[in-house]
Design a binder for this molecule. Sequence first.
Ligand code: MLT
Length: 224
Amino acid sequence: MITQHTATQHTATGARAPLSFTHRYVPATNPATRPLLLLHGTGGDENDLLPLGRMMAPGAALLSPRGQVSEAGMPRFFRRLAEGVFDEADVARRAGELADFIAAARAAYGLAAPIAVGFSNGANIAAAVLMLRPEALAGAVLLRAMVPLSQPPHGALPATPVLMLSGRMDPIVPQDNAQRLAGLLAERGARVEHRHLSAGHGLTPTDMTAAQEWLAAQAVVPAA
Ligand code: MLT
């Protein structure tokens, strides 16, 4: 079963309010598997990464929001001033809104903390959530990510597992930028595995295999 747009949460007054992001939700068929939070790239939407999520973590619950920023009609998770130049105040605000959505969706659907799987702009907002609201995520697979905030706070990411997959020929993400992000996350305590693939900005079968294996090795949700 797939739910679209319809989930609600209870407010303090008992009224039911819709969740703040347009999203798709696919319930788990294997409840012992960590839920995935799927975060699309620029111009994608809440449908894009569902097949990838199904392949990467069979049986996991999938929560897939649509970015709330429109760049010439293309959904994104935060504003940018130019390619690779971010509106950092907007990054911080939107990361907070996404973390709030995750908390509300967890309550509405009865989910454990998810592992984010983000591609490009989706990977960048996931990195911002890790640094600004670390409690929101149980881990992250960052596909073609770059540094989202030049001066991130010194919050702790105690042993949060992070897989970063970067492309050696990526024309959008310079390798030293991806390296810097891996360092920023590791300095905050994340357990970062950073792999440099023979790839550009687009995803390859190696991304799929690496993410699948890494996700399979993560701790399953403890039985209630
Ligand atoms: C971004 O804007 O987040 C990155 O440049 C990746 C992209 O969306 O092209």
